[in-house]
Design a protein around this ligand. Structure first.
Ligand SMILES: [Mn+2]
Length: 220
């Protein structure tokens, strides 16, 4: 495996996902490139950002949700994803979630001084979704969006669950996402991403009262 211009180059015979991470200088930032036979994804994430997104996944609705994630979570986020969309959207959506999760875990580092917990409720017209996160190091997803429609545009709505499972597994966080109410699937999913972003923005904040990591175990 060789690196050229910051990109991981992988032999065609590689079966296991090739993942390369590197720190991006000062601050809580990370860059992760993940290449398989199904997808080729690079994520750059700045935890303490201004909400700027530069996203191209080949799936417009996923781009829209990642833009929202960055904007409302005050991350700076760059995503370049090329996947086998001729098969379907599953590989690309799941692997973007996975790579974004790896980038967030990498960027948070040892999580010293952070608040760890965060919660938010976001409405979008008739939809209301609540997100509660714990950057505990233990992955768990309680997914309670009840989306009746199979599609939003050409996006398969069940892939929201797959995205969030991959994301929370890789971050190593507990995520409870609960739909209080909602009818329109675009509204429900968008309210969910806003709530997740705002909950993470709380959890990632450094609290000067927190000495070391906020755990009686001594590590997160
Ligand atoms: Mn929208």
């Amino acid at each position: 495996m060789a690196r050229a211009k910051g990109r991981t180059v992988v032999a065609a015979a590689t079966v296991r996902p090739a993942v390369a991470t590197r720190p991006l200088g000062r601050g809580r930032r990370a860059r992760v490139t993940r290449t398989t036979k199904e997808t080729d994804i690079t994520v750059e994430l700045t935890v303490d950002g201004r909400g700027h997104a530069d996203v191209d996944t080949g799936i417009p609705f996923l781009n829209h949700m990642l833009d929202i994630f960055a904007r409302h979570g005050f991350f700076d986020l760059s995503v370049r994803a090329r996947g086998d969309l001729d098969v379907d959207q599953h590989h690309t959506v799941e692997d973007v979630g996975l790579t974004l999760g790896q980038a967030l875990r990498e960027a948070l580092g040892d999580k010293a001084g952070i608040r760890r917990f965060g919660d938010a409720s976001c409405p979008l017209d008739e939809a209301l979704v609540t997100a509660v996160v714990d950057l505990s190091g233990r992955p768990f997803l309680a997914y309670n969006l009840r989306i009746k429609q199979a599609r939003v545009g050409n996006f398969d709505t069940e892939l929201v669950h797959d995205f969030l499972l991959a994301f929370s597994n890789q971050v190593g966080m507990t995520l409870h996402l609960n739909q209080v109410q909602g009818r329109n699937p675009h509204h429900v999913i968008e309210a969910g991403f806003k709530a997740l972003a705002r909950a993470l923005d709380k959890a990632k904040q450094v609290d000067p009262r927190v000495k070391g990591v906020l755990s009686t175990k001594g590590s997160l």
